[in-house]
Structure formats: structure tokens, C-alpha cells
Design a protein around this ligand. Structure first.
Ligand code: PLP
Length: 395
């Protein structure tokens, strides 16, 4: 048979896929590369999932996760029609792109002047899935560089109601993704900053709160206050359910109905729905787990600073750190030799850094032992903690 390549759409042929963090096939590695929770789901959640493995497996699950939506609505003091549940929050980010952004008419994702309706806007650096979602949909990527210390840029144009927008933000972009707290930087944004940002934009704004349970503040109320704002959350990180793939979005019923209209019929698997429901019945267990992660984050931040790392204050369950002595990519390999996986990004603004997930106490000890050994390989660099770009801060 001749090549089947011509059968694949040119857009898909050109596409550079999202690269997930490595999921190792060998045993015994310490995984600090994909921001999973070091602590397991609560015993009650494990019991609920096991109890769900019975003859029901033959049946389709609830197509719109209604019991879970009702439970989430109670938690967030809103109505079930304010909530859509997804196969992880990634699915909801993809659905938002498909529901709110027009593909470019000629199918080319690189226009000099992008029409507002085809713009997927996001800050850089932030979650590297957003540009891929724009590409898949044949929409336009509109990256906006963050300011110093990864804060929102200040100078700007004229937005909603004459308010000024941040930096080069387009107030009329069809869709703006904001990761808060940000990934991979860990930087948190205040409610006041996020409120001002949302007010300055006229297109749909998605506040991606994947890591918010580890932060001091959240902005869920903005999804109930402004009709053009959605907040996405996930059970993956703070609730230790990556394996089950459950996330949700909160927002205006019309936006939520649009996402419901285009989702797959049975997008969330039945065991995932059971696991998420049981999680919401056991929140005190998880609050204790967030506190442990936050305490370890503070210890790790301080210890890395003492070893000469430049560490950014983090509101998430990971730290962005510039290692001393050797290039960050070399650190990645040296850590891997010692069976520790962390994440390194090749983009110019991040290539000097490692993103390190906060692990258990034992994993943290192992990481610090390895870091002490690797540091002796390179020339000893002095730490820059407490400086203007990074500090011990509130980790
Ligand atoms: C910023 C951000 N948003 C969303 C997600 C997706 O999470 P999930 O699809 O597991 O809910 C991730 C996963 O790494 C993330 O880092």
C-alpha cells in the first residue's frame, strides 16, 4: 500500500503534540516531574472505587455526572447548571477552545494579524497545553509575556469599559487562559489582580485553578460574578486522583451549556465519578494533606536555597528553581541517574530552571541528598535567595 500520510489532514501532519511529563516504565524512581500528590486518596475513596467494581461496569455511567454536579454545586454555593464535569480539566480546556474560538478561515494557524474571534490568548510561561489546543483547533496562538518575577505585565491597551489591559493583552481575544497559581512558575495571583484582569477582557476568560488548593487564595467567586469567566478545577493534583481523570468548570449557565453541547456523550468514566463524590465526602482528610504538602514545600524551598539554588516563591505543589554550578539540563540527567525525575523545559525563558514537584518527606530527603552530591560536580555557586527575582518568600 502507498503511504497513508496523505489521508491525514495537513494541519494534523504539521502539529507538534503536547509533551506530557515522563511516566516511567521502570520501578523505583522518585517521581517529582508531573506534580502528582505524594499522598494517596483517602481510605474512604479507595473503598468507594473498589465497591464500584461490580456488575455496573457493563452499564454506561451518568452522561452528565449529575450526582457529582449537585454535590459540587453545594460545595460552591451555586446551581448544578453552573457546573460541567470533564475527563480531567484538560478536556474542559479543549472544549472551551472548541466552543468559544472560531477556527481560522483558511486553516492556517499562523496569521500576521489574527482576527479576535480566532485568538487563543495566554501568558508565557504558563501551561504549555494552551498553544497546542489552539493549533489543534486551527485557531491562532496569542502568547503574552509575563512581567518581572512572572507577575502580570502592567502597561497596556484599552479594555472592557475603558479599563487598561495588561501588557499586550487583546481585550477582545475570543478566549484567554490564565493559570492561577501559575505553572510552571508557582507564582500566585491575588483576587484583586484577577478581578481587574477579568474586568479588562471582553472575550471568555478561563481561570485554570489546577493547583489552587495549595494556595492562600482562590478566585472561584469570579466565575459566579462575571458571565464571561469560567474557573476550571481538577481532582488530579490536590485530591490525588490523576489516574481517574476528573475535572470541572464553574461559570455562567450559558457558557456551561455550550460546553455540555459539544462534549462526548459519556465523557467521565463511572469509577471516576464515584471517586470524586467520595472525595467530597472526606474533605478534612485532604485539607490535612494540603497542609503537609505546604509544609514540605517550605522546607524544600529553604533547603534548596541553602544549596545555592535560586527558588521562586510558590503557591503550588512544585517549585521552579535555577540550580547552581551546572546547566539545568545536566542537573536533570544527573538527578535521573540517581533515580529522581524532575521536569526541565527547553524554552528560552525556562531552560535555566528545573520544576520540582513537592514529594513526601522521604522523597524530599532523597532529592536533597542527590542535590548535595551533584552540587560537588559543578563549581559551587552562591544562592540568590531573598533577591528581587527569587527568594525564600512564602513557598
Ligand atoms: C495548569 C494545569 N491545568 C490543567 C491541568 C490538567 O489537569 P487534569 O487534566 O489532570 O485535570 C494540568 C496538568 O498538569 C495543569 O498543569
Amino acid at each position: 500500500m502507498k503511504s497513508v500520510r496523505p489521508l491525514i489532514r495537513p494541519l494534523v501532519q504539521r502539529l507538534e503534540a503536547y509533551v506530557p511529563g515522563e511516566q516511567p516504565k521502570v520501578q523505583g524512581l522518585i517521581k517529582l516531574n508531573t506534580n502528582e500528590n505524594p499522598y494517596p486518596p483517602s481510605p474512604a475513596v479507595l473503598r468507594a472505587v473498589k465497591a464500584g467494581v461490580d456488575a455496573r461496569l457493563r452499564l454506561y455511567p451518568n452522561p452528565t455526572s449529575d450526582p457529582l454536579r449537585r454535590r459540587l454545586a453545594r460545595l460552591h454555593h451555586c446551581e448544578p447548571r453552573n457546573i460541567v464535569v470533564g475527563n480531567g480539566s484538560d478536556e474542559l480546556l479543549a472544549l472551551a477552545t472548541r466552543a468559544f474560538v472560531e477556527p481560522l478561515p483558511d486553516g492556517r494557524a499562523s496569521h500576521a494579524r489574527l482576527p479576535h474571534a480566532s485568538k487563543v490568548q495566554f501568558f508565557t510561561p504558563s501551561y504549555s497545553l494552551y498553544p497546542v489546543l489552539a493549533d489543534i483547533h486551527s485557531a491562532g496562538r496569542a502568547p503574552v509575556p509575563l512581567g518581572p518575577d512572572f507577575g502580570f505585565p502592567t502597561a497596556g491597551g484599552s479594555g472592557r469599559g475603558g479599563r487598561r489591559t495588561a501588557g499586550a493583552l487583546d481585550p477582545d481575544a475570543a478566549l484567554t487562559f490564565v493559570t492561577t497559581p501559575n505553572a510552571p512558575t508557582g507564582r500566585g495571583y491575588s483576587m484583586r489582580e484577577l478581578d481587574a484582569l477579568c474586568r479588562s477582557l471582553r472575550g471568555v476568560v478561563v481561570l485554570d485553578e489546577a493547583y489552587v488548593d495549595f494556595a492562600d487564595e482562590h478566585a472561584l467567586s469570579l466565575a459566579l460574578k462575571y458571565p464571561h469567566v469560567l474557573v476550571t478545577r481538577t481532582f488530579s493534583k490536590a485530591y490525588a486522583l490523576c489516574f481517574q481523570r476528573v475535572g470541572y468548570a464553574v461559570g455562567h449557565p450559558d457558557l456551561i451549556a455550550a460546553l455540555h453541547k459539544i462534549k462526548d456523550s459519556y465523557n467521565v468514566n463511572g469509577l471516576g465519578q464515584l471517586a470524586a463524590l467520595a472525595t467530597l465526602d472526606d474533605l478534612p482528610y485532604y485539607r490535612a494533606s494540603f497542609q503537609r504538602v505546604r509544609a514540605t514545600r517550605a522546607r524544600l524551598c529553604a533547603a534548596l536555597c541553602d544549596l545555592g539554588f535560586e527558588v521562586f516563591p510558590s503557591q503550588a505543589n512544585f517549585l521552579l528553581a535555577r540550580p547552581p554550578g551546572l546547566p539545568a539540563e545536566r542537573w536533570l540527567h544527573e538527578l535521573r541517574k540517581r533515580k529522581i525525575l524532575v521536569r526541565w523545559f527547553s524554552s528560552p525563558s525556562l531552560r535555566d530552571y528545573l520544576r520540582i514537584s513537592v514529594g513526601s518527606e522521604t522523597e524530599t530527603d532523597a532529592l536533597l541528598d542527590a542535590a548535595r552530591a551533584i552540587r560537588t560536580l559543578g563549581e559551587k555557586g552562591a544562592g540568590r535567595c531573598g533577591g528581587s527575582r527569587a527568594g525564600r518568600g512564602k513557598a
